[in-house]
Write a protein that binds this ligand. Sequence first.
Ligand code: SAM
Length: 315
Amino acid sequence: MGRSSKDKRDIYYRLAKEEGWRARSAFKLLQLDHEFNLFTGVNRAVDLCAAPGSWSQVLSRKLRGGEEKSEKGEGGEEVKIVAVDLQAMAPLPGVTQIQGDITKVSTAQEIIRHFEGQPADLVVCDGAPDVTGLHDVDEYIQAQLLLAALNITTHVLKPGGTFVAKIFRGKDVTLLYSQLKIFFSGVTCAKPRSSRNSSIEAFVVCQNYSPPEGYVPNMSNPLLDHSYDVDFNQLEGPNRVIVPFLACGDLSAFDSDRTYPLQLEAGKEYQYTPPTQPPICPPYQQACHLRKNNLLSREDALSNRPNTSQDETEP
Ligand code: SAM
């Protein structure tokens, strides 16, 4: 079955077109709102990873009373919506666009500038990296994007505010839940009806932002920020997590880094003791074989390498 025939049968794909949404994902946010009442009292909202813009459309319609309507919210307060994405997207009334990377502190600063120093009431993130098809890699990158979104959220969200983000329910998802629980008293994993059953995609709805006392927002992430080590080691107070470090065993026992003289009895030679269980198929086996047969020049080694490519091994 081709992609287009599946798309044609997808009810949300068709509904999105009929109702003027830029993507079928609009229904995911609408259904999350239906369950969690996300938009009540929200005047400043941030849409991270917003392109092509269906979530921003939802925010615009819900907070401003329509894409073409006023800048005022329900309570008469000015409504501000900021949408961030690496990609440019077509303009939307009442939505300010920032073409930027959510892993960068400069993006957080730009959002804050737009809100004139006021914190956001709601941050949503439907971010997804380009899928590689390698599930472990995709889950891992998605988790890193979620953590980047959480980082940026700690810069811009008001205490008590709400954060909603796409999450892949992979095998390490509980670690992400624990990280989110550090910052929010309520964390729920929700699967809207419009999110395909076959997908591991779900959404975390994190309510009541309450960072640890004294927490200072920072963008440090070992994978996204190469100065992480320097930054991390400078973290203080609740930002710095210190776990106990314990040296174990008899402290007068041998130090594993020191080379000690062999304690040989006078007149006795050192006796080699073979390993109790030699490795069955060590990775250096082929190198040993080549060396023994004087075949260790690069060309010889390459021509002697066993062929493990899929094409050759499959019938
Ligand atoms: N919520 C959007 C909507 O309703 O139209 C769809 C979002 S789409 C599934 C995922 C988006 O994440 C892509 O547009 C991609 O450019 C964006 N993205 C991925 N990594 C990003 C990053 N580091 N910074 C900003 N945007 C990113």
